[in-house]
Design a protein around this ligand. Structure first.
Ligand code: PAF
Length: 281
């Protein structure tokens, strides 16, 4: 596995590879890999001639009081894990390379960036869309892989690709859970023992919602209420949102039917965790 640091060297490599007719799969990440990241890398390695993983903790998607400075980092461990998952190139640019002095251009997917996670993180999706567009231009992938834990992020990136006629296929991949159900996230390392235990209430609430739907419940309000009651039994939990929306349009859903995204964001101390399920047919 090769490490490439500069956007110029990365783009030169990608151009050569594409000119030789080789397909590139891109897995954009902020590092501190877990099984969720590795599943994306393996999927890319299986479908493309070359897999690039970008490792860049993107400052433009963090608000002023968020965890940019303490975001977990371990590049050496990440390189070992990526190599094992079939990655050919790790792209590791610095902030200055991606956003040199005088940088001024941002991409914003209107409306969808202000909903769900966008309510409490108003600049987040602007930063995500901008960095992903830059990564697509630098790495020139045929396909790019994103985990469905960030279902809103997947939708926003797909929309950007459609609206801006970008030449890349977005591949949303299944959310990966710990054995006990907690959605895998690099941020799980922030949790104290008690927070880690109580954080399970998020996935439990989602599984409970799935069971209620299987038993015939269709009222989104009833499902959200039951989820809220379950999560609020933990004194450590502070709910940011529990929402039921159409998974293709993010329009609010009053009735739960196949295709509805049930999404939650919950703080445990300063750590904000997200999780979701999509109601199946
Ligand atoms: O999901 C993430 O890790 C980030 O939002 C992404 C897509 C790598 C952009 O920085």
């Amino acid at each position: 596995m090769q490490v490439i640091e500069t956007p110029q060297a990365m783009q030169d490599f990608a151009r050569d590879a594409r000119a030789q007719g080789r397909s590139i799969g891109l897995v954009p990440t902020m590092g501190y890999f877990h099984e969720g990241h590795l599943s994306l890398m393996r999927a890319s390695a299986a479908e493309n001639d070359i897999t690039i993983t970008s490792l860049f903790v993107n400052p433009t998607q963090f608000g002023a009081h968020e965890d940019l400075d303490k975001y977990p980092r371990d590049v050496e461990r990440d390189c070992d894990l990526a190599r094992g998952a079939g990655v050919d190139i790790m792209f590791t640019p610095t902030n200055e390379m991606m956003y040199p002095p005088g940088y001024r251009t941002y991409i914003r997917v209107e409306e969808w960036s202000d909903m769900l996670c966008g309510v409490t993180r108003p600049i987040h999706f602007r930063g995500v869309a901008t960095v992903c567009c830059k990564l697509f231009n630098i790495c020139i992938p045929r396909r790019a892989y994103f985990g469905l834990k960030d279902a809103q992020q997947c939708l926003i990136i797909k929309k950007m690709v459609e609206d801006l006629n970008l030449d890349v296929e977005i591949k949303p991949m299944p959310l990966v859970r710990e054995a006990d159900g907690l959605a895998m996230s690099s941020r799980n390392v922030y949790l104290s023992e008690a927070e880690r235990r109580d954080a399970l209430r998020i996935s439990q609430a989602l599984f409970m919602a799935r069971d209620m739907i299987a038993a015939g419940e269709t009222s989104a309000a009833a499902i959200r209420g039951a989820m809220r009651d379950h999560i609020e039994q933990s004194p450590l939990a502070k709910i940011d949102y529990i929402e039921t929306v159409d998974s293709r349009t993010l329009a609010s859903a009053d009735t739960v039917k196949p295709g509805v995204l049930i999404a939650a964001a919950v703080f445990f101390g300063p750590t904000r965790l997200i999780d979701n399920i999509i109601v199946e047919g």
